[in-house]
Design a protein around this ligand. Structure first.
Ligand code: NAD
Length: 493
């Protein structure tokens, strides 16, 4: 019997009221792993009720006491580090090494949230007017929720929930229906860490549960990560219902190389960026841009390194690239490759033959002579497919990057400091890499892009402390006559 995963509400694992489910299939072996309930409105209502009931006591628990649960949780997560990574490989398909990275990032968020008491300190200014002092306290707001994508089953909800909860809010996570198992195990560990009932809850479901979160009157704010069309919908609907919303969307990332770059190491990093996690990363490179004479060498090395990639089950130590997540994703990517061929892009490396293997496999694919308005240059393919372009100078590369609707990340490979400065100053994507193909900001910085890659104003990770608190301002006046009263004889009688 294949299990249907349970929700975690008010400190207990409980079955969903939904009778419909989504199959969760190991994308390498095609084994049916479990079913995800498609969600029932009573499930979310129960989670919001539990989170709302837990909020007053959790808010009033001193921050230094709240983070003790996270200290405990961090130790427990370390004990289960490899086990969690194995689950990520099974349900998502990435390699074991990549899965370790996914879990490690989640743990780092917990570590950073442990330091929150220092950051929750407020502000105070005496004498803002005569005899009046003013203070700002950071206050939690209530129940927050996260709607997560499939591509980092462990990490993404952790960009938000540890900061929200350490700040005194209560929380609901809706994992992606495609990869629920990692979060189910992480919730068993949350339970073991002893967090009070109702403080952290999990509700499974798909689009309907996502939409219920958007309009539920008991939810104060939503952190969403996923594709751009859904991010736009989440932002507009959530804010129209009076909620705080931060919505991280899709991407189309360019990696640029100048002739003075350290060629081998740079192209290795570029290729790793494109094909790591089978291209299913919001920071994955998808267009490689060679400036002037850098182009020919970049092309030669990119084809060489991409051809050396070993495609297979992520649990096999020889594998350097796993499958894509679902059969539907595989078909969509194959359709995009066919469309690019029809558009006339030159196929240098064809990943389609590997699609005949059992599993959701596609080999590394490279197109050359990609036109700026073609599918390969503009669409987020979210698979192991990239395009190569040549431009005459750095400004042409920057103009190409800035012409995209997306603005998640861009990287430059060079040894020229002035070029680096010019690039950083002029590119619009808000996460920039210099001689790095995947410049994912660490937990102690914000995480999020610009333009159609991000809707909202406060980003994830540590920066989200502003999202999860409001500054409560008090103006305080004491009358000087009262001071006289303190020393007056009537106090002692
Ligand atoms: P998706 O948009 O299909 O789904 C994301 C989540 O939204 C899932 O939990 C899903 O159940 C829910 N959902 C889907 N449609 C909905 C709707 N109409 N209303 C409410 N909820 C809905 O994304 P995905 O395929 O799971 O993830 C891949 C995408 O995520 C890519 O576009 C990738 O670039 C993006 N992503 C972005 C970042 C970032 O930092 N910007 C990070 C990771 C992934």
């Amino acid at each position: 019997m294949v299990e249907t995963v349970k929700n975690y509400i008010n400190g207990q694992f409980v079955p969903s009221k939904s009778t419909q489910t989504t199959d969760v299939i190991n994308p390498a072996t095609m084994e049916l792993l479990c079913h995800t309930p498609t969600g029932h409105e009573d499930d979310l209502n129960a989670a919001v009720e539990a989170a709302a009931a837990a909020f007053p006591a959790w808010r009033d628990t001193p921050a230094v006491d709240r983070v003790q649960y996270f200290f405990n949780f961090k130790t427990i997560l370390e004990k289960h580090y490899e086990e969690l990574a194995t689950l990520v490989v099974k349900e998502h398909g990435k390699t074991y090494k990549e899965a370790l990275g996914d879990v490690r990032r989640a743990i780092q968020m917990v570590e950073t949230a442990i330091g929150l008491p220092a950051l929750l300190r407020g502000e105070y200014k005496d004498n803002v007017a005569r005899n009046i002092d003013s203070m700002a306290q950071r206050r939690p707001l209530g129940v927050f929720a996260c709607i997560a994508p499939f591509n980092f089953p462990a990490m993404v909800p952790y960009w938000f929930f540890p900061f929200a909860v350490a700040a005194g809010n209560t929380y609901i996570i809706k994992p992606s229906e495609l990869v629920p198992l990692t979060q189910v195990r992480m919730f068993e560990l949350i339970h073991e860490a002893g967090f009070p009932k109702g403080v952290i809850n999990m509700v499974h479901g798909g689009k309907d549960t996502g939409n219920q979160i958007l309009t539920h009157p008991g939810i104060k704010g939503i952190s969403f990560v996923g594709s751009t069309p859904v991010a736009k919908h989440i932002y507009s609907t959530g804010t129209a219902h009076g909620k705080r919303v931060q919505a991280l969307g899709g991407a189309k990332n360019c990696l640029v190389i100048l002739p003075d770059a350290s060629m081998e190491k740079s192209v290795q990093a570029m290729v790793e960026s494109c094909y790591g996690c089978a291209g299913e990363r919001c920071l994955a490179g998808s267009v490689l841009v060679g400036v002037g004479p850098a182009y020919n060498k970049m092309k030669e090395l990119a084809v060489k390194y991409a051809s050396e990639i070993v495609v297979g089950d992520g649990m096999d130590p020889k594998t350097t690239m796993g499958p894509v997540v679902t059969a539907a994703a595989k078909q969509r990517i194959l359709d995009d490759i066919n469309k690019a061929v029809e558009e006339g892009a030159e196929l240098l490396l064809d990943g389609r033959p590997l699609a005949s293997m059992k599993g959701n496999f596609i080999g590394p694919t490279i197109f050359d002579h990609v036109k700026p308005d073609s599918i390969i240059a503009t669409k987020e393919i979210f698979g192991p497919v990239i395009g190569l372009m040549q431009v005459k100078d750095l400004d042409e590369a920057i103009a190409m990057i800035n012409s995209s609707n997306y603005g998640n990340t861009a990287s430059l490979f060079t040894s020229n400091g002035a070029a680096v400065r010019h690039f950083i100053q002029n590119v619009q994507p808000s996460m920039v890499g210099i001689n790095l193909g995947v410049p994912a900001p660490m937990s102690i910085f914000g995480f999020g892009g610009s333009k159609d890659s991000f809707f909202g104003d406060i980003k994830g990770q540590i920066e989200s402390i502003d999202f999860f608190t409001e500054k409560h301002i008090s103006m305080i006046r004491w009358f000087s006559e009262d001071l006289t009263d303190v020393s007056s004889p009537h106090w002692s009688t």
